[in-house]
Design a protein around this ligand. Structure first.
Ligand code: GDP
Length: 475
């Protein structure tokens, strides 16, 4: 298996991340500043959504001298271990911000193991998307300056960001796996199909209450579209059984077993405490929320409390959302035309009420039983996914920003507008996340941010996906 070493100064949460990735419960905290524990590098097998690798934890080994540089002796132990790794997971702390010691670790990494690929993860970033202070987002910007590419905000404690971490690690782990196999002489030349097949799969969660037809839908999707491929490097058997292709693109059903067998989504807030449900949503790029069309026809409401809560939660977590109205076969025929039309109007209207901030969530009407609508679901899922991956350049954004501010109701009505919007930049995709820099006194109000988000949706065709716009003052 490929080897990944977690590196970072003390107290950034290396052990917590190790425990999460190896699914250990123990609360051993080695990450105490100043602790001089001499011990070996901890090693374990990590599983991250079907990706498997060896993980090494250096917590407790990093010792810094008085001038804050890494002490030679322990650094040697770590360096030896690092030399046998293909990847380093460079962990920094969003709450503390970048420290001189982080820079030291970065320099040390470059010097000691230039062959090792580095992924920077910014830990303790739980709640980053609701952080109005912008402090956590600023830490991501600082982590950029370490020079190891796009940092991934995560929380080893809460599990947030694990899907993004997976996305960053997967290509590196697969590449490392191939290298290992080539060294063994086991793998021939990479064929062209393999190169295409290496594109990351879209992670799809099928969510919904019991009996709405999730299993039937999954079976329909897998049976129709599935292509059998051999085991892939770094993937467990389990995860392969739920992978399929749509129009040549890979799709992975996330934690399907959890959704289908273990999750009893109850009415009320209990729905949100279903651990596996949470995990499924967190690991997903897009969530297909299945509702029962016949029930909608009977009750005139597509969303029970639990479903509405789940839909809101999916958007709050920044995942793409597609609503699937199933069992439409029960509403077929001329005699049902009126009911059918009502249902097709009622669901989008209700979604709009539940999620007023995200207009244009796609709604697809299908029959899983008759295997009708699978392609329509997947088309919408991929469309949603592409929007979710959108990257806009800073130049593009600012040209747009100047234009759109002149359209702002406050400027239109001639009121002198308080906080001046200076410029805007996209800090990450998946979901598209932007920071507007504001100068002067005061902050943009919620309504201003909503105005920007909805204008952005319209002008860049980003309807139906969660957008995040944060503000920072340039003072
Ligand atoms: P799950 O609990 O959401 O996984 O639901 P299941 O897939 O087990 O389906 C529950 C019941 O609904 C089963 O009796 C299915 O045969 C039925 N069902 C699922 N999809 C459809 C559909 O499109 N049309 C009809 N008429 N029945 C369906």
């Amino acid at each position: 298996l490929p080897k990944i070493m977690i590196v970072g100064r003390p107290n950034v949460g290396k052990s917590a991340l190790f425990n999460r990735l190896t699914h250990r419960r123990e609360a051993l905290v080695y990450d105490t500043p100043g602790a001089h524990v001499t011990r070996d590098v901890r090693e374990g097998i990590a599983k991250l959504a079907g990706l498997r690798f060896k993980i090494l934890d250096t917590a407790g080994l990093e010792t810094f001298t008085e001038d804050e540089s890494i002490l030679a002796r322990t650094a040697t132990i770590t360096a030896n271990a690092l030399g046998k790794c293909q990847i380093a997971l460079f962990l920094v702390d969003a709450r503390a911000g970048m420290q001189p010691q982080d820079m030291d670790v970065g320099r040390w990494l470059r010097k000691t193991a230039p062959h090792v690929k580095v992924v920077t993860a910014v830990n303790k970033a739980e709640g980053i998307h609701n952080d109005s202070s912008g402090r956590l987002m600023a830490a991501i910007g600082e982590a950029h300056q370490l020079g190891f590419g796009d940092p991934v905000p995560i929380s080893a404690e809460s599990g947030e960001g694990m899907a993004d971490l997976y996305d960053s690690l997967r290509p590196l782990v697969e590449e490392a796996q191939e290298e290992i196999e080539k060294d063994r002489g086991g793998v021939q030349e990479i064929k062209e199909e393999d190169v295409n097949a290496k594109a990351l799969p879209l992670q799809l969660a099928i969510a919904g209450r019991p009996n709405v037809g999730k299993s039937t839908l999954v079976n329909a999707l897998l049976r129709e579209e599935r292509v059998l491929t051999g085991p892939e490097p770094g993937l467990t058997r389990d995860s392969i059984s739920s992978e399929f292709e749509f129009n040549g693109k890979k799709v992975r059903l996330v934690d399907t077993a959890g959704w289908l067998q273990r999750v009893q989504v109850k009415e009320g807030p209990a729905a949100l405490s279903a651990m596996h449900a949470r995990k499924g949503v967190m690991m997903a790029h897009v969530v297909a929320l299945v509702v029962d069309g016949e029930e909608v026809a009977n009750t005139r409401s597509s969303m029970r409390h639990a479903e509405a809560a789940l839909a809101r939660w999916v958007v709050q977590e920044g995942r793409g959302l597609v609503i699937v109205v199933n069992k439409m076969d029960l509403l077929s025929g001329k005699e049902n035309a009126k009911i059918r039309a009502d249902v097709m109007k009622a669901v989008p209207a209700e979604i709009q009420t539940i999620l007023p901030q995200v207009s244009g969530v796609p709604v697809v009407f299908v029959s899983a039983l008759e295997k009708k609508g699978g392609a329509a679901i997947m088309r919408n899922v991929f469309e949603c996914y592409e929007k979710w991956c959108t990257r806009l350049t800073t130049a593009q954004l600012n040209r747009w920003l100047r234009k759109v501010m002149s359209r702002h109701p406050k400027n239109m009505s001639g009121i002198k507008y308080g906080p001046k919007v200076k410029f805007m930049t996209q800090v990450k995709a998946r979901p598209p996340t932007f920071v507007v820099f504001v100068s002067g006194s005061g902050e943009l109000e919620e309504t201003d941010l909503r105005f920007l988000a909805s204008a952005m949706r319209e002008d860049f065709g980003l309807d139906g996906v969660p957008l995040r716009i944060l503000q920072r003052s340039t003072k």
